[in-house]
Design a binder for this molecule. Structure first.
Ligand SMILES: Cc1cc2nc3c(=O)[nH]c(=O)nc-3n(C[C@H](O)[C@H](O)[C@H](O)COP(=O)(O)O)c2cc1C
Length: 223
């Protein structure tokens, strides 16, 4: 049994990577972690080149990852919220799952059907409600990933949401900028210091939820 974890954050070793790894570590099974950071990942171009053999023909870094997705028993996808939605890198990657849609054996249907899935969802706004949507900022990217899972008939075992650090904490203008996330969270007189920057380690309840989810995923697979 193998669990594949994929982080769609373009930043390595930040909140999304860490949350995916926490879920993987708790499965008790063989795992592999892949970061999409630095990978060239086009969206689906609807060339339909995959129709007869389930192999995507777009020449970029997707193909090796595609084979790992196909061979995994469970898939954990981690994604951050950018501009109130799933970030483009994760979206582009998940669009490429179109190649699994037509079962080359001729049966039709989804080749990922029956696999298990778990979601690691990240948003700098945390529990802050997204204007015009019912979701909280840290739920949005994960909800979109769940949509891709459902489309591909992957059973969703669970999701964990965590607040990451908005770039405003490190861009250099966070204490002054009119639209600074740091000022929004801590007020206009905020002084940005390390201890106010959100990260996974400062949210032990979320880490615990990740462990519970990873364990549940592992137990489901062992059955
Ligand atoms: C271009 C960009 C847009 C963002 N927009 C939002 C947003 O609308 N809502 C939100 O909650 N966080 C937003 N964020 C913050 C990210 O969700 C946050 O930085 C998250 O921690 C990124 O994941 P990572 O730390 O794994 O890279 C944005 C970040 C970037 C870079």
């Amino acid at each position: 049994m193998k669990v594949l974890g994929i982080s769609g954050s373009p930043r390595r070793d930040q909140t999304t990577d860490k949350l995916v790894k926490a879920i993987l570590d708790a499965t008790g099974l063989e795992t592999e972690f892949i970061s999409l950071a630095g990978k060239k990942m086009n969206g689906c171009i609807c060339c339909l080149g995959c129709i007869t053999d389930n192999v995507c023909k777009v020449q970029d870094d997707y193909l090796p990852v595609m084979n790992k997705v196909l061979n995994a028993d469970a898939i954990v996808v981690g994604a951050p919220n950018y501009f109130g939605r799933l970030n483009a890198l994760t979206h582009a990657f998940l669009e490429r799952w179109y190649c699994f849609r037509h079962d080359a054996t001729g049966k039709g249907g989804m080749r990922l059907s029956g696999k298990l899935g778990a979601v690691a969802s990240v948003g700098g706004g945390g529990e802050w409600q997204m204007p015009g949507r019912e979701n909280r900022m840290y739920e949005i990217a994960g909800d979109d990933v769940k949509g891709f899972f459902a489309y591909n008939e992957i059973e969703i075992v669970g999701a964990v949401n965590v607040q990451g650090a908005v770039p405003c904490f490190t861009c250099g203008y966070g204490e002054l900028c009119r639209v600074s996330g740091a000022r929004m969270f801590f007020g206009n007189d905020v002084k940005i210091t390390e201890d106010i920057i959100p990260c996974l380690e400062k949210q032990p309840d979320v880490l615990q939820q990740a462990r519970v989810l990873g364990k549940a995923l592992g137990e489901r697979l062992k059955k």
